[in-house]
Design a protein around this ligand. Structure first.
Ligand code: DQA
Length: 152
């Protein structure tokens, strides 16, 4: 089983960026947490970060051929990107949305999520731990799906 974790713009600046909102842990700490969680679950993990919308769209398209599910924090593109929504819908892989901060309690423009319509669920406001929760959720979901396929 392979889980692809995608991070959008400015998440490479974790630790520097508005620590009162996003915390003091760095992007490298996040990658470590994701890899550790993958190890606990016994799954292959790929972590991808880009500040460019088209690169994220390309990565989702490639995932069709080599991943079983996607955890995605599209960052600011959450609130603007029909292209990322369409890419997730196009590949049809189970996807889970993550936000480090509680976007529901922030500016009104952050209340809109285009990608949510293509995601199974969202983990919001749990800090970096939200990624681990999202990976566990996706792992359980993928196992259930493969069991259902076997039962048929
Ligand atoms: C974010 C929330 C977004 O509104 C913001 O643009 C980000 C990070 C989060 O993880 O809390 O870049 O996705």
């Amino acid at each position: 089983m392979k889980i692809l974790v995608i991070n959008g713009p400015n998440l490479n600046l974790l630790g520097i960026r508005e620590p009162e909102i996003y915390g003091k842990k760095t992007y490298a700490d996040l990658v470590d947490l994701i890899n550790e969680t993958g190890g606990e679950l016994g799954v292959e993990v790929e972590v991808f970060q880009s500040n460019h919308e088209g690169d994220i769209v390309d990565k989702i398209g490639e995932a069709y051929y080599d991943a079983d599910g996607i955890v995605i924090n599209p960052a600011a593109y959450t609130h603007t990107s029909v292209a990322i929504l369409d890419a997730l819908k196009a590949v049809g892989l189970p996807a889970v949305e993550v936000h480090i901060s509680d976007v529901s309690k922030r500016e009104s423009f952050r209340q809109i999520s285009y990608v949510r319509a293509a995601c199974e669920t969202s983990f919001v406001g749990l800090g970096l731990e939200g990624y681990a929760e999202a990976m566990r959720f996706l792992y359980d979901l993928l196992n259930k799906k493969s069991q259902t396929a076997l039962d048929k």
